[in-house]
Design a binder for this molecule. Structure first.
Ligand code: KIV
Ligand code: NA
Length: 262
């Protein structure tokens, strides 16, 4: 099989959903490759899922690099996206320096959280050859600003802001958008408003792709979010769980109505 690139994902748009898993180590990355998962993300969720913090805020560049290197060693087919952690892209210059480190650790794209304020940063990275995924909606690095993990865009004003952000981030040169925890209808509107592929998590069934955290797929999370699903339960083993998740995204069985917000 060929390597997945940004071109692959563009070509798939409107034809076939692509599958994204947030994972952190070489054996899981290898398993994802074996299950033809198109994109692997080294999420800063690793602060909570593997390091035991109660938020993503303590995560460091060194921790991200350590895990990006591990994932890159385990997988040479999927597109690899690495998160920039909290406060490592507060200015465009800082973003450039830290995105460089994530790319040199083995990522093919970086992900950063935010809306309109990211446009200068995205332009700077994009002009210099670093692809960017812009993460909007519920952005966990801002949890204290939101007052917790809550669904975004249920009110008309916030929904309009997220649609404005979608257009601005596209114009700035983002290559992918990721939208987290919004009503399904808004997830669909964002996808329609975007020229680049949109990955959803808790954003309904109409986005171009779905992402889940490996811990949620494997039933390792004590209080799993509503939008996630334990695929290990039905599949019985880890390769089966990944394959089941993949097949359910491809066929539209996942996310079901019970995994969506209205
Ligand atoms: O950190 C992460 O795993 C993420 C996904 C949940 C989108 O950002
Ligand atoms: Na993240």
């Amino acid at each position: 099989e060929k390597k997945v690139t940004i071109q692959t994902l563009r070509r798939m748009r409107g034809q076939e959903k692509f599958v994204v898993v947030s994972l952190y180590d070489a054996p899981m990355a290898a398993m994802a490759q074996k299950c033809s998962v198109e994109v692997v993300l080294i999420g800063d969720s690793l602060g909570m899922t593997v390091l035991g913090y109660d938020s993503v805020i303590p995560v460091t560049m060194e921790q991200m690099i350590y895990h990006v290197e591990a994932v890159a060693r385990g997988n040479d087919k999927s597109l690899i996206i690495g998160d920039l952690p909290f406060m490592t892209y507060a200015t465009p210059e800082q973003a450039m320096i830290n995105a460089t480190r994530i790319m040199q650790a083995g990522a093919h794209m970086v992900k950063i959280e935010g809306g309109l304020w990211l446009t200068d940063t995205i332009r700077m990275l994009s002009d210099r050859g670093i692809p960017v995924c812009a993460h909007i909606g519920l952005t966990p690095q801002s949890m204290h600003k939101f007052g917790g993990f809550r669904v975004q865009g249920r009110d008309a004003e916030r929904a309009a802001t997220l649609l404005d952000d979608t257009r601005a981030l596209n114009d700035a040169g983002a290559d992918l958008l990721l939208v987290e925890c919004v009503p399904a209808e808004l997830g669909e509107q964002i996808t329609q408003a975007s020229a680049v592929p949109v990955i959803g998590i808790g954003a309904g069934a109409e986005t171009d792709a779905q992402v889940l955290v490996i811990n949620d797929i494997l039933g390792l999370t004590p209080q799993p979010p509503k939008f996630s699903k334990n695929f290990l339960e039905q599949a019985g083993d880890i390769p089966g769980a990944l394959k089941c998740y993949r097949d359910d995204v491809k066929t539209g069985r996942f996310p079901g109505p019970e995994h969506q917000f209205s």
